[in-house]
Design a protein around this ligand. Structure first.
Ligand code: GKR
Ligand code: MG
Length: 426
């Protein structure tokens, strides 16, 4: 079997005005959809970041992929390495809250984008679910958490044709609890993550307390994305003690996290200070984070994330899973991966509930959650097909939306012209 066609389609989908440490989500989030076809008609699908530098790299890689044996992942790695080291990217921007935008991870993210699509192709060719190729399912359904965001009711700069999202405003504890109740009612999630670092820290602690009284048995997490100074994180840690399953990236540096853990004993999780092997090694020495949030999009694909899981086990670290705004192909890749990893013992993050119903590009629409979990079917590969009409619509939206690289801080300056987005703000 040889790779014959490689289709790379940038898309944009509507994203609600979600608030975070850097600023606010723009009206459209970007992704890239990868469709491979082999000379015997087997397909392979992938989804990755949609920022301009990633698309430039994918386009540079495309000619080198023709004729590749889909089982030759070392061949893929060699080709990706050659392209990454020889391609000059025009807009190498890094957006701190999305680790995948770091240009130092170009090799990992480019390899991952193609590795997922090739593994999907391999599994479809063999007629087995992707998880079987990854070593077999240790669970047949993967639990995700309700990912709550503070948010405004609507975007500032969209025209009359841009529909309001159904979630409404959430800038008070009462509104946030209502958001949680809706999300849990709709999808059955059994744990909650709150994206923090947005309102005054004491207000966010009150929100966690309000969630605790409304959902007494749910594991809770808060993630201020490094927007709290060490002192603030210590003060809030005392108030949050007893409420949290883990405390995610309260402060911006590994050293601050280590100090916080020494002082409070709270379990700290990260997708900001441990995002590559060098940081992993350093973390083992300083004990900054005790739980690593994996993400195959920047950890170098499904197999390298399985390796990360083994390393976490070796060094006694916990493992969870991070997400950025994404569609169903990524959700299924995350699900097959998580189903194959025995030590992934926390409910995974997903932004999927924030996706509008009419913007899932899979045949059959949105992937269903049962009791907060996504089930793996017997279908070969990732088990999903693309609805080409929706893909074409989302590509047209990409062409007209005007966004080429995610920038939540620039978007926030439309609301607050003096906004810097530089952490820690509190
Ligand atoms: O989508 O606003 C967001 C998140 O803040 C995202 O950018 C982060 O990467 O979800 C992420 C996290 O857990 O830090
Ligand atoms: Mg995080």
């Amino acid at each position: 079997m040889k790779l014959k066609t490689i289709k790379i389609t940038p898309i944009a989908f509507r994203d609600p005005p979600l608030l975070n440490a850097a600023g606010i989500h723009e009206p459209f989030a970007l992704r890239t959809i990868i469709e491979l076809e082999s000379d015997n008609g087997t397909i392979g699908l992938g989804e990755t970041y949609g920022d301009a530098p990633v698309i430039e790299l994918l386009e540079a890689l495309r000619p080198a992929l023709a004729g590749l044996d889909p089982f030759d992942l070392n061949g893929l790695r060699t080709r990706v390495r050659a392209v990454v080291s020889s391609t000059r990217i025009s807009g190498n921007t890094e957006y701190l809250l999305a680790p995948g935008t770091d240009p130092k991870k170009n090799l990992q993210k480019l390899y991952s984008a193609l590795e997922v699509a090739l593994l999907d192709m391999q599994a479809r060719y063999l007629g087995i679910p992707l998880v079987t190729l990854l070593g077999g399912a240790v669970r047949d359904a993967v639990p995700f958490s309700a990912y709550l965001f503070f948010k405004y009711a609507r975007h500032i700069d969209t025209g009359p044709d841009y529909p309001d999202d159904p979630w409404g405003e959430a800038v008070t504890a009462e509104q946030l609890v209502a958001q949680a109740a809706t999300m849990i009612g709709r999808y059955g999630f059994q744990s909650i993550k709150l994206k923090g670092g947005v309102l005054e820290p004491d207000v966010e602690v009150e929100c966690i307390e309000a969630l605790r009284s409304r959902f007494p048995d749910m594991p809770l997490r808060i993630d201020p994305n490094g927007n709290w100074s060490l002192q603030t994180a210590l003060d809030m840690g005392k108030k949050l003690d007893g409420h949290l399953e883990y405390y995610e990236d309260p402060s911006p540096t590994m050293e601050d996290m280590a100090e916080l853990h020494r002082a409070t004993g709270l379990p700290l999780a990260t997708n900001m200070v441990v995002t590559d092997l060098e940081q992993f090694r350093k973390n083992v020495h300083v004990n900054g984070a005790q739980i690593i949030l994996s993400d195959h999009h920047y950890w170098g694909g499904l197999r390298d994330t399985q390796l990360l899981a083994r390393m976490c086990e070796v060094f006694g670290l916990g493992l969870s899973m991070h997400s950025n705004s994404h569609l169903g192909i990524s959700l299924m890749a995350m699900t097959h991966l998580a189903a194959s990893v025995p030590t992934l013992s926390y409910a995974c993050d997903t932004h999927y509930p924030w996706l509008a119903d009419d913007e899932e590009l899979l045949v059959g629409g949105r992937i269903p959650f049962e009791n907060g979990a996504v089930r793996i079917s017997d279908a070969p590969g990732l088990g999903v097909e693309i609805d080409q009409d929706v893909l074409a619509r989302l590509h047209r939206q990409y062409q007209t939306c005007g966004i080429r690289t995610r920038d939540d801080s620039a978007q926030m300056r439309k609301y607050q012209p003096d906004w810097s987005g530089k952490p820690p703000r509190f």
